[in-house]
Design a protein around this ligand. Structure first.
Ligand SMILES: CC(C)(COP(=O)(O)OP(=O)(O)OC[C@H]1O[C@@H](n2cnc3c(N)ncnc32)[C@H](O)[C@@H]1OP(=O)(O)O)[C@@H](O)C(=O)NCCC(=O)NCCS
Length: 189
C-alpha cells in the first residue's frame, strides 16, 4: 500500500496531538515531550507530526538552539550541533504499522524546509550502528555518515553521526568537535 501522498505534515499541536503521539512513542516519554514543547514555545525547537486520516502516525523533533533546561545535558560540546546555522534532529519515529510507506521520508522533507525557514543550513543526527533501517533512509535522503562514536550516554555502544548540508552545492559536511569527541548529544532510538 502506497500512502505517502495521503500523509500530511504539520507542526505539533500540544493540545490536540499530545495524547495521540504518546500512544505511538510510549507514555513514558511524556516528560520528555513536555520539555521539548517548552523549547518549541520559546523558538528553540521544531516538532512536526505526520497525519493520516486525522491520526498522528509519526513525528520529528529538531533542536535549533542549545538549552539545558529542556532535556539536554550540559556536558560535552553538545552546543556545536545547534550553533550558528546548525540544527540537530533529535527524534524521528513512525508508528510501527505505518512504516515502509514513505512517512519518514515526508517528515524529513518537511523538517528540512522547517530548518531552512529557521535559518539552519546544516543538520546533524545520531543513530545506532545497529539501526540499518534508519541508515538506509538517511543515506537515500542525502545524509552523510561522517563519524562513528561510542558515547557514554549510549553505554558506549557504536553510534553513527550523520550530517546533511542543505545549501545547494554546499561543501561536504564536516564533523564538529562533539561529533569527533563522542560527547553527549541527545539519545536517538
Ligand atoms: C527509521 C524509521 C523512522 C523509518 O520510517 P518509515 O516511515 O518506515 O520510512 P520510509 O517509509 O520513508 O522509508 C522506508 C522504506 O519505505 C520505502 N518507501 C518510501 N516511500 C514509500 C511509499 N510511498 N510506499 C511504499 N514504500 C515506500 C522506502 O523505499 C524505504 O525502503 P527501504 O526499506 O528500502 O529503505 C522507522 O523505521 C522508525 O520509526 N523506526 C524506529 C525509530 C527509529 O529508529 N528512528 C530513527 C532514529 S535515528
Amino acid at each position: 500500500m502506497k500512502v505517502s501522498h495521503d500523509v500530511i505534515t504539520r507542526p505539533f499541536d500540544f493540545v490536540r496531538d499530545r495524547a495521540e503521539l504518546l500512544a505511538i512513542i510510549s507514555e513514558a516519554k511524556g516528560p520528555m515531550l513536555d520539555l521539548l514543547g517548552a523549547a518549541v514555545s520559546d523558538g528553540h525547537a521544531l516538532i512536526l507530526v505526520a497525519e493520516l486520516g486525522g491520526h498522528v502516525v509519526g513525528w520529528t523533533a529538531l533542536r535549533t538552539s542549545y538549552r539545558t533546561d529542556t532535556g539536554w545535558s550540559p556536558d560535552g560540546n553538545t552546543a556545536d550541533f545547534v550553533a550558528g546555522d546548525n540544527a540537530y534532529l533529535e527524534y524521528l519515529e513512525v508508528a510501527l504499522l505505518m512504516r515502509g510507506r514513505g512517512v519518514a521520508t515526508r517528515l524529513l522533507d518537511a523538517t528540512e524546509r522547517g530548518a531552512l525557514a529557521a535559518g539552519r543550513n546544516r543538520l546533524w543526527l545520531h543513530t545506532s550502528e545497529a539501526n540499518a533501517d534508519a541508515q538506509r533512509l538517511y543515506e537515500r535522503e542525502g545524509w552523510k555518515h561522517v563519524d562513528t562514536i561510542h558515547p557514554t550516554w549510549k553505554d558506549q555502544r557504536a553510534t553513527r553521526v550523520y550530517a546533511k548540508d542543505l545549501t545547494p552545492d554546499g561543501p561536504a559536511p564536516r564533523p564538529t568537535s562533539s561529533a569527533r569527541g563522542g560527547e553527549r548529544g541527545s539519545p536517538q532510538p
